[in-house]
Each structure stands twice: as C-alpha cells, then as structure tokens.
Design a protein. Structure first.
Ligand code: NDP
Length: 487
C-alpha cells in the first residue's frame, strides 16, 4: 500500500503545491511514517490569501443566523464522524483511544455549537446624544489565522475557527506539522456543511509557514497555541502589521492540597492533571503543594494508584489509558528533565524511565513520573516539561504557599483542594492564574473562558467574551439636527 500524501486545503479543495516539498508524519506509538503532507509554498500561501478574501466576501454578508445554521450542520457531522476523527487523533498524537473517543472531537464540536448559538445574539448599542444618536455594529475582522499545537490538534482547530467563523471571519489555519490531518478533516466537514469555499483554509508546514501567517499584512488577527517562547516571536512578528493576537501559551500550574481535603479526590486531580494525555496538557498542575499533615497519606495513595492503575501500550487498545509522547525528540527532552531532577536532588517516588510496552515496543513512552523532596528552585519545579512528570512539594502555612505558588512568570492555571469553603475562595482569589479549579481539575467546558495570566497568554478562548475578540466595533453617529459650523 502506498503512503498517502495530503495537499493543502484551499478554496474548498485540495491544492497541489509548486515546490513539490513534503514532510513525513509519524505515528508516535509505532515510529512508522503514516502519511506525507505537502508544504505550503509561496504559491499556496498566495492562493490561501486570495481564497480567504473571496470566502470573507461571501461569509461576512450572510446573516448570523444563516451562518449559525450552517455551522450547526458541521457540528452534527463532527459528532457523526466521532470515531473516525478520534482515530486520526490517536494515530497522529499517540494519545489513548479511550480519551480521544470521548473528549477530543466532542469538546471541539461543543465549542463550534456554542458560538454558532451565540453569534445571532450578538448586538450593538444605541444611545441618544441630545436629538442625535449613535449606534454600534459588531463587524468581523476579516481574515484571521490560527496556529495550533500538537496535543489537541482537532480541538484546537475547532476552538479557534468556531468563534472566528461564527462572527463572520474567514480563517487560515496552520496545524502543527506533527499533527496535520485533523484540521484537513475539519475543512472537509465545513465544506460539506455548506460553509462557502475559502472561508476555512488549511496551510501546512513548520515554523516558516507560521511566520508567514504572522507577517502577512492581509491577516487581521492571529490566534496562537504553543510555547511561551514561540508566542513571544509571534507577537513580535504580528506587531509589524499591528495584528490583533490571542495567545494560549504554556504553564507551570500549582495545585494546593490542604489538610482538610478529600485526599483521594486530590490524588485523582493530581493524576489527571499530570498523566492525562501522557502529561501533554498546558494547564497541568505540575507543582503539587501538599500540606505537611497529609503529605504521607497523599504520596502513599499517589504511588499505589500510579503503579497499579496506569496502563501504557498501543493507544488504540481501549484498555490503554496512557499513550506515547509526540516524538522521539520530545521523549528525549522529557527524559533530560528527569535527569536534571535527579541531579538537583529530587527523589523519585515512581517512574523516571522510558517504557517499551509489549503492544507498542517502538513508541516514545515515558513512565508516569513523580518526584518528591522537591524544592522551589529546582529546574523541574520551575520549567514546563510538557510530559508526565509531577513534582510534589510540602507546605504548612497558607500565606506562604500562596506566595510560592505565585512565584513564577507563568499563570495559566491553578487549583485548590479543601473542604473549607471560605479558604477555597480566599486562596483561589489570590492565585495569579487565568483558569482555576476548586475541588476539581482540568474540566474546560465551552461556556468557560480560558487563558493565561502573566506570560501564559493574552486574551481568552471560549466563553462569551471570545466572540468579541473576533469582531470590531463600528460606531456610527447619526445627525438629526443641523450641523453648527464656524466656517
Ligand atoms: P510550539 O510553540 O513549538 O509550536 C506551536 C505552533 O507554532 C506549531 O504549529 C509550530 O509549528 C508553530 N511555530 C513554531 N515556530 C513558529 C514561529 N516562529 N512563528 C509562527 N509559528 C511558529 O508549541 P508545541 O507545538 O510544542 O506545543 C506545546 C506547547 O503548547 C506547550 O508549551 C503547551 O503548554 C502549549 N499549549 C498551550 C495551550 C493553551 O491553551 N494555553 C494548549 C495546548 C498547548 P511546527 O510545530 O509545525 O513547527
């Protein structure tokens, strides 16, 4: 069987590039090349802009309710094709089927559905100014771009295109070159649902293609998901044409476990927030601060459950709940952090090695890893690892732990476990993070805005306010009286 080659998706169909350049995509669980993708060369880039201009002309003049109706058809198709799309995500990312089957496509579809419902309700203002008055219109921005990370490829494409399209914009999306297929399938679905050609285009390639998007003067906004360092480059480049930006970046989020907490629940949260999607989630609570009084109980249960309940293996096996990391390079990076943790004096409670499960012997697995005896100055406690590596620390004073939790330039997420309702709110209000959970961790419904404080991001995704981020306000003053002029 020949290995498939996918082209860029422009103006409602696949378009061949002129350079002939392609790149290979590997299944992280097998190390096999599963398909090739054509790089978006100058010809494709130009075609994408022309296509998006035409798409915008057609889409932005439709009424919000017409757009909503079409987007809801796309939502139905996404749900109908859940298993097919979930399998693509498993093969591209290495994440377990049991997650992708119920999360990746569903949470993507939910967000498009949410914004499709919201768009017709978006209204302007009207106010009298004497006998004159003004009114405002919420108008789309024009052509928007999305640049995605590799951990939730389809979901990220949906979270960015959902509000953008609902508000009447055209979109050019660049998935990560590690995971390019989900966005192509979304593009096909949009066309099938009736979204006009050119409204959603997919360009493929690595950083250079992303850079072109951030530089293009024809693009009004870029919504980026990725590392803090890349985000800074994107903002700098977008400044050249004063683009609007949304930045969804990395984190090193704290979870505070007080001594009155339900410890089993807190362990569940810590495990979900470090080992779900084999640790490749931006909001992960990779710094767990446990009150000294419950520390031993916490780490005993954590060790037992990590060693007994995590099943690594072929991600397509529905019993497997722990998959492979995205690439060999990333596996090596995560292992280098583990080595650093050991050399800086942290103790391994469990894990700390690569895995080669019988059902996926060539996969890029790293064992679920827990470090104890950690201190705030260790590299593993300060830097985002983006793998299954948890650092456990202790505390005994509320103010002190809040100070330690906030002592970072990142501020994506935070959590607190306590049965004391006053403490829960008091503490969470002082934590410098954009996405917070009390006695819970990781849930991110379409209705809830998400985004980072400090260097973890700019702007928000999801929630009502995001629709505003894809529109601009036009103010229109209406003269009802004669103009008074000194001339
Ligand atoms: P990267 O920053 O490496 O890449 C993100 C995207 O940017 C990719 O599509 C990449 O292309 C592209 N890119 C790389 N360089 C440039 C550039 N100079 N200009 C424009 N685009 C560029 O992130 P990862 O893909 O490694 O994703 C992991 C990171 O994403 C973690 O830090 C994680 O915390 C963060 N993340 C944040 C989320 C949030 O909502 N806050 C959610 C998910 C992840 P290519 O990969 O093809 O080279």
């Amino acid at each position: 069987m020949t290995t498939p080659v996918y082209q860029n998706f422009i103006n409602g169909h696949f378009l061949k590039n002129q350079s002939g350049e392609t790149f290979a995509v590997k299944n992280p669980a097998t190390d096999d090349v599963i398909y090739y993708v054509e790089v978006a060369d100058a010809f494709i880039q130009n075609a994408a802009i022309q296509s998006a201009k035409q798409g915008f002309a057609a889409w932005s003049t439709m009424s919000p309710i017409e757009r909503s109706r079409i987007l809801l058809k796309a939502v139905a198709l996404l749900r109908e094709r859940n298993d097919l799309l979930a399998k693509i995500e498993v093969l591209d990312t290495g994440k377990p089927w049991q997650e992708a089957e119920c999360v990746d496509v569903q949470t993507g579809a939910d967000v498009i559905e949410y914004f499709a419902g919201l768009a017709p309700a978006q209204v302007g203002q009207q106010q009298m100014v004497g006998e004159d008055f003004y009114y405002t219109r919420k108008e789309p921005l024009g052509i928007c771009a999305g640049i995605g990370a590799w951990n939730y490829p389809l979901q990220i494409a949906c979270w960015k295109s959902g509000p953008a399209l609902a508000a009447g914009n055209a979109f050019i999306f660049k998935p990560s070159e590690e995971t390019p297929l989900g966005a192509i399938k979304l593009a096909e679905i949009f066309i099938e649902a009736g979204v006009p050609a050119g409204v959603f285009n997919v360009v493929q390639g690595a950083a250079e293609v992303g850079q072109w998007l951030t530089q293009s003067a024809d693009i009004e906004k870029v919504s980026f998901t990725g590392e803090v360092g890349t985000g800074k480059k994107v903002v700098a480049s977008a400044a050249g044409s004063l683009k609007d930006v949304t930045m969804e970046l990395g984190g090193k989020s704290p979870l505070l476990v007080f001594d009155d907490a339900d410890i089993s629940q807190a362990v569940s949260a810590a495990m979900l927030g470090n080992f779900y999607t084999q640790g490749e989630i931006c909001t992960n609570c990779t710094r767990i601060y446990v009150h000294k009084n419950v520390y031993q109980q916490f780490i005993d249960e954590l060790k037992t459950r990590t060693e007994e309940n995590i099943i690594a293996g072929d991600p397509l096996d529905p019993n497997v709940n722990f998959g492979a990391l995205i690439s060999k390079k990333h596996q090596q990076l995560v292992m280098s952090y583990i080595d650093k943790g050991i050399s800086e004096g942290a103790a391994l409670l469990t894990g700390g090695k690569t895995l080669s499960p019988a059902s996926a012997p060539n996969g890029y697995f790293v064992a679920p890893t827990v470090f104890i005896d950690c201190t705030d100055d260790m590299t593993i406690v300060k830097e985002e690892i983006f793998g299954p590596v948890m650092s456990v620390l202790t505390f005994d004073d509320e103010d002190d732990v809040i100070h330690r939790a906030n002592d970072t330039h990142l501020g994506l997420a935070a959590g607190v476990f306590t049965k004391d309702i006053k403490r829960a709110h008091r503490v969470i209000h002082q934590l410098q993070a954009g996405i917070c959970w009390i006695n819970s961790y990781g849930n991110s419904p379409a209705e809830m805005p998400v985004g980072g404080y400090k260097q973890s991001g700019i702007g928000r995704e999801n929630g009502i306010e995001t629709l505003d981020h894809y529109t601009q306000t036009k103010s229109i003053y209406v003269g009802m009286t004669n103009i008074e002029s000194p001339f």
